[in-house]
Design a protein around this ligand. Structure first.
Ligand code: 3HC
Length: 682
């Protein structure tokens, strides 16, 4: 084998008459400008080398190419570009064989589609996830994929951005062979058989009925919601059967170029990197020394059941316990009901001693400090030495719980979001005495469950619920200022929130917050602004959806409109307090809500409870229905203008009075002209 150009990101080597091009740009061989230049040069060299019969393309480091380098997207595109490279490959006389291990995604899979044949290991994944980043494939993906899979499947794959495992990819025709054993040797053996050339663009798209195409399109577009890239991608795939490849490719590239620098794409890129950073803790790296195999869960209510299902589905050996036989029976039924046919079937037991040999206990019992303190002391006696004890509390002081045990270093909070087997967000609550190894074990567990963790310090509500509570409070102030709750919900939905705060309250149950307000009442400043309308609703037994009435009225679980009592309650309260009316339009409502979020987010970072602004963006887009295409509250504030948001914060603090203050961190960041989303970025 002869090889050359070792300082390049693409190595050229030969095995007899076959050229081997190895892309080597750790960690994921992303297609940086350098990679594109080196690949173009290496392909040119292959085409200039006499006597070659085939080219094998492979990636170094156990992966192919994870797509374009997303870090370079803010910069101007410099030639050579992928479409030109693929054109040259199309014009070549010899076949290209792509050998895929790890991932071939985005531009990486487009390079694979530009080859004549695709071989992959059984664990490889391929796909075109561009739409999830607010763009469309930019190097022929929308034109070549439908020629392999047919149009309905191509629309489904491209609009959803699904990462397709190799066996499924084989079934769908995206790859030609799944290889057992040595991938490169298999690719070389394949190349030696002198396969005929197969240029996808010369093939026609397999025919499909319009009804089938439209059904596939509607199904995926419904899920893509506010992402303009989704509709564009579907339209481009349709072009593959309507116009010449050349025209369709030019249109694809034009859309790609336009969307690349759109605010939506920027926001989604921000979240891509934010989600990779959110589980990092400075000074804590690597894996835990402890192995978690057996997981014990206390409580089989909605949360406990969801956590149990998530853990069992991730392959853990799960034991769920309840306080008595009756609750255990109900818990078993609840798990069966939530898990459905997919399972798992778990039998809840009523014997705490069964937790003696588990590696991690997640306590999801009733939210009551007295109950939990007693439980933690008991668990400490039962759990084996070295076992981790976690609480799923959403606001209680986990430091207090840790101190109820003889092993505070092994105690942390694992705050799941409901439904726990579906929601991706998890807060890893860092107690005062928790050891780095316990944190690493908690993060490892979260990762195995497929969750996206953020790190939170101990305070009422941790990161997410603390900030959300302030936002909701602010929305109730806007209501008291004179805007009805349904108008506020509509304005926030128009901004992009999945639901407005009043609709959320009805869904969660007004009684939950009522309990929280009563708990905090003794420590509330007597002059602090307080809106009592929700209390009135609760006093009358109107807890939202579950009672058929809350902020809205429900018929068979469907809202039929605003609760007609609400305007009267509001006017009475406004009159009693002699409040001036403040009229706000939709934009002002959305801005005020955002300002309250951003200010509290900065205070949360200032207090050392949250690590960085981007974690808050992750929390709100993954746990609270904030629009992903706005990148989370901090990124959204930067786009709207941090100074404009600060001005609104100053106004809201002045209007709200006692207990409200402007974050210094917010002021300093704006004064320095820095981006809010970059606070604590490291
Ligand atoms: N650009 C730049 N950096 C990337 C990257 C990319 N496309 N993909 C991954 N990385 C970085 C990550 O930020 C991370 O860096 P860090 O260690 O400094 O945080 C590192 O590579 C490893 O990534 P993960 O932590 O995500 O590792 P996993 O093993 O969990 O996942 C992956 C690997 C499946 C490749 C995942 O990273 C991924 O989904 N990457 C993005 C793939 C993608 O969407 N590609 C399409 C890009 S757009 C495009 O190609 C346009 C084209 O049509 C012209």
């Amino acid at each position: 084998m002869d090889s050359a150009g070792t300082d390049k990101t693409v190595k050229f080597a030969r095995d007899g008459n076959i050229a081997i091009l190895t892309v080597d740009n750790p960690p994921v061989n992303a297609g940086s400008p350098q990679v594109k230049a080196d690949l173009t040069e290496a392909v040119a060299r292959c085409l200039d080398t006499a006597g070659l019969t085939a080219v094998v393309l492979v990636g170094a480091g156990g992966t192919f190419i994870a797509g374009a380098d997303l870090k370079e997207f803010e910069n101007r595109t410099v030639p050579p570009v992928l479409p030109d490279l693929l054109k040259r490959m199309d014009a070549a006389a010899i076949p290209f064989i792509c050998a895929i291990d790890g991932s071939a995604l985005g531009g990486g899979f487009e390079v694979a589609l530009g080859c004549d044949y695709r071989l992959a290991t059984a664990t490889a994944t391929v796909g075109l996830p561009e739409v999830t980043l607010g763009i469309v494939p930019g190097a022929g993906g929308t034109q070549r994929l439908p020629r392999l899979t047919g149009m309905p499947t191509a629309i489904e794959l491209i609009v959803s951005g699904h990462h397709v495992p190799a066996p499924e990819a084989l079934r769908l025709g995206m790859i030609d062979r799944v290889v057992e054993g040595d991938l490169l040797q298999a690719a070389l053996a394949f190349a030696r058989e002198l396969p005929p050339r197969r240029r996808l663009l010369q093939e026609t798209v397999p025919p499909a009925a319009e009804a089938e195409i439209a059904a596939a399109e509607q199904a995926v577009l419904r899920k893509a919601k506010r992402n303009p890239a989704a509709t564009e991608a579907a339209r481009l795939v349709r072009l593959s059967a309507q116009t010449s490849a050349e025209e369709a490719l030019a249109e694809e590239r034009a859309v790609f170029t336009r969307l690349r620098l759109s605010n939506e794409a920027r926001a989604l890129r921000h979240l891509f990197f934010a989600e990779r950073k959110s589980g990092r803790i400075s000074g804590v790296s690597g894996r835990s020394e402890r192995q978690i195999r057996k997981v014990g869960i206390i409580g089989s209510g909605t949360m406990g059941a969801g956590i149990a299902i998530a853990a069992a589905r991730a392959g853990y050996d799960v034991t769920v316990v309840e306080r008595d036989a009756d609750s255990a029976r109900q818990g078993t039924q609840r798990i069966a009901q939530i898990a459905g046919e997919q399972g798992p079937a778990l039998e809840v037991r009523s014997d705490m001693a069964l937790l003696a040999d588990v590696d991690l206990i997640v306590e999801a019992a009733f939210e009551d400090m007295g109950v939990k303190k007693e439980l933690f002391a008991r668990l400490d006696a039962i759990a084996r030495p070295g076992a981790i004890i976690a609480s799923n509390t959403s606001y209680l002081d986990v430091n207090v719980l840790a101190r109820c045990t003889s092993r505070p270093g092994d105690v942390l909070g694992l705050h799941f979001f409901s439904p726990a087997h579906i929601m991706k967000l998890i807060e890893i609550v860092r107690t005062d005495l928790v050891t780095p190894d316990t944190l690493k074990a908690g993060l490892g567990f979260a990762k195995t469950l497929g969750k996206i963790p953020i790190i939170a310090g101990v305070c009422d509500g941790f990161v997410g619920n603390r900030i959300f509570a302030v936002y909701r409070n602010q929305c109730s102030f806007m209501m008291e200022d004179g805007t009805l709750p349904d108008r506020i919900d509509q304005a926030l939905q128009k901004f992009g929130w999945a639901m407005g705060p009043f609709a959320v309250s009805d869904l969660v149950g007004l009684d939950i917050d009522w309990a929280g307000r009563k708990r905090r009442a003794p420590t509330r400043h007597p002059q602090a602004r307080y809106v009592a309308v929700a209390d009135r609703l609760c006093e009358e037994g109107n807890f939202g959806r579950k009672t058929g009435k809350g902020w809205y009225v429900y018929d068979n679980g469907k809202s039929t409109g605003l609760n007609p009592d609400v305007p009267g309650y509001l006017e009475a309260e406004r009159k009693a307090k002699d409040l001036p009316r403040i009229d706000r339009d939709d934009d002002a409502i959305a801005l005020r809500a955002l300002a309250s979020l951003v200010n509290e987010a900065c205070l949360t970072i200032e207090d050392g409870i949250a690590q960085r602004a981007s974690d808050i963006d992750v929390a709100f887009t993954r746990g609270y229905g904030f629009p992903r295409d706005r990148g989370g509250p901090m990124f959204a504030a930067d786009l709207i203008g941090a100074d404009k948001v600060l001005a609104d914060v100053e106004q809201l603090v002045a209007e709200n009075g006692v207990g409200w203050r402007v974050s210094n961190l917010l002021r300093e960041t704006v004064a320095a002209g820095k981006r809010l989303a970059d606070i604590g970025a490291a």
